[in-house]
Design a protein around this ligand. Structure first.
Ligand SMILES: Cc1ncc(COP(=O)(O)O)c(C=O)c1O
Length: 389
């Protein structure tokens, strides 16, 4: 089955639901059993079937079934946010004395909330690595996990997933990737050597800026047991309404992403021509340093990219640009139908690599508006930038 067909059909079974197209939302904590024997059996296989609200309901399982099929994985565990998926996965796979290799350009809170201080406090040592270089030289006997994104958050460098996963596998590491930028539509990490793939469903899977959701999809039943055990122990479970919204979002993911992709490329090409702009950080542009890797492995690009101004623009000038935007919202997260524009400061959190300006940098999420209107909004923003410079 092709992926667009899977997006429409996976995780729903109308004939088991009076023919109704969408699955019902099950709100549940208590689940009752017909007999002591059934009750006792449920304790033996707590992660198979419906036993208690925290371990999953038919609504949770429907979303998990769909995401598993899209990634071609063994099973999926849903979480109440992308960060919950990231934290629970890393805590499940690492323990005191272990060593984690973390790409220098991952989503900020993965490094400055989960890795340090949380994992550090639990006795896990973290080494940040340059996403553009291999990890071979950094692997130690106690290294257990390599974790990365591609393209990286804010800076959009393309890490070579195949090469990094091969180096990690040669040393017996578990390879974890946050795939939120591409979504399962444009990149399927499990097919490129990754063992565990995380999606912040808050972004494109939800798609409407109204849901917090995360998913962790694993390659093997051992990884499923390990991570599910930890999420259950931590009390991590996604709410049924949120799983429903995630499932509903999946149905239109393909058409939405196609438009996000097209609009982002239109804006990126327009920005490339602006005299104020030093460079545009978008891997689908042919002159992006990671373009070859993107082209080799990815089926498309999403609506999220960055750009960097030339040297010499003051904070006041950047604020003038941002403050007057009419269509671009100034806010975190992304993946909804609306356009966003935020200032970024990637150099502030990096340790393994240096971030080259020269000027202030920004992140754009291209929403579903008409690009003529978005460009007109940006044009006025640049006029304010120049007037204040
Ligand atoms: C790449 C990436 N991963 C994970 C997350 C975290 O997702 P959530 O906001 O659902 O916790 C984000 C949020 O912005 C993100 O950009």
């Amino acid at each position: 089955m092709k992926i667009d067909t899977m997006l429409v059909h996976r995780g729903r079974h109308p004939q088991k639901n009076y023919g109704i197209v969408n699955p019902p939302v099950y709100h549940a904590s208590t689940v009752t059993f017909p007999s002591v024997a059934d009750y006792e059996e449920s304790k033996e296989k707590p992660f198979e079937g419906v036993h208690y609200g925290r371990t999953g309901t038919p609504t949770t399982f429907a979303l998990e079934e769909a995401v598993t099929a899209l990634h071609g994985g063994h099973r999926t565990i849903s979480s109440p946010s992308g960060l919950a998926a990231i934290a629970s996965t890393l805590f499940a796979l690492l323990k005191k004395g272990d060593h984690l290799l973390l790409a220098d350009n991952v989503y900020g809170p993965t490094r400055f909330r989960v890795a340090d201080p949380m994992l550090a406090r639990a006795g896990v040592e973290v080494t940040f690595f340059d996403p553009l270089r291999g990890i071979g030289g950094l692997i130690r006997p106690e290294t257990r996990v390599a974790y990365f994104e591609s393209p990286g958050s804010l800076t959009f460098e393309m890490l070579d997933v195949r090469r990094t996963a091969a180096e990690a596998k040669a040393a017996g590491l578990t390879v974890v990737m946050d795939n939120t930028w591409a979504s399962p539509l444009y990149f399927r990490p499990l097919k490129h050597g990754v063992d565990v793939v995380i999606e912040a469903g808050t972004k494109y899977i939800g798609g409407h800026a109204d849901v917090m959701l995360g998913t962790t999809t694993v390659k093997t039943s051992e990884l499923f047991q390990t991570i599910k055990w930890t999420t259950n122990a931590m009390g991590i479970c996604a709410g049924p309404d949120d799983c429903y919204l995630g499932l509903r979002g999946l149905r239109t993911l393909s058409v939405r992403l196609e438009r996000h992709q097209k609009s982002a490329l239109t804006l990126a090409r327009w920005l490339q021509k602006r005299p104020e702009v030093d460079r545009v950080l978008h891997p689908a542009l042919p002159d992006h340093p990671g373009h070859k890797i993107w082209k080799r492995d990815f089926g498309g690009s999403s609506g999220l990219f960055g750009f960097v101004l030339k040297e010499g623009y003051s904070k006041a000038a950047v604020d003038a640009l941002l403050n007057g935007m009419q269509l671009f919202g100034l806010g975190d997260s992304w993946g909804g139908y609306e356009s966003l524009l935020i200032p970024t400061n990637p150099g502030k959190i990096r340790t393994a690599t240096k971030w080259r300006g020269p000027g202030p940098s920004f992140r754009i999420h291209a929403g579903l508006e008409d690009t003529d209107d978005l460009i007109a909004d940006l044009e006025k923003g640049f006029a304010r930038l120049n007037a204040a410079a």
